[in-house]
Design a protein around this ligand. Sequence first.
Ligand code: URA
Length: 211
Amino acid sequence: MFQEPDRDCDLCPRLRGFLLELRETLPDYFNAPVPSFGDPAPELLIVGLAPGMHGANRTGRPFTGDWAGDLLYSALDKYGFSKGTYAASPDDGLELTGAMITNAVRCLPPQNKPVGAEAAACRPFLTDQIASLKSLKAIMTLGKISHDNTIRSLGLRLKDYPFGHHKIYEIQGDRRIYSSYHCSRYNTNTKRLTEKMFFDVFADIRNYISG
Ligand code: URA
């Protein structure tokens, strides 16, 4: 099994300081590295950017309680990767089936923007995770930061695997990366990412995994 950063991980001084402040001002929030969620033997790993302030950083479960999660969890349901009903809370009883969700950076960054050194410091967790998930067939990267981090965590070169919406790359034998625009409120409000565009990537992933 792979390691998650522990609650008091101090690899990133800026993020650690931010979380310590939030433990004072928002004591009911999770305010710690958010652990991965889902099937312990997934075929699909979804890599988000980082916890959102009032979503994952509040609830302690990736994408839970914010806008991006509404779209992501509805896609997981539609394409057969979950059991139960998503109700935006870690005690909603939702289970993922064949999928796991994690983040490239596991602590909440100020303004939702991790700096390069933070992404690099968090990367070994993703490297170990991918290496230890033997059942994995597909990795879905949400947004460029997540994509680039995932490519780097695999020891691959960014110029050989450039980010783009609905790009598909073969890596490590028959494992594949599917990249998507991030399902953020901004991207969906501006129609950079429509529900159909997002679901189309999921449809391909489902065909590949089940095919
Ligand atoms: N919540 C997460 O956990 N990750 C994201 O990338 C966005 C929201």
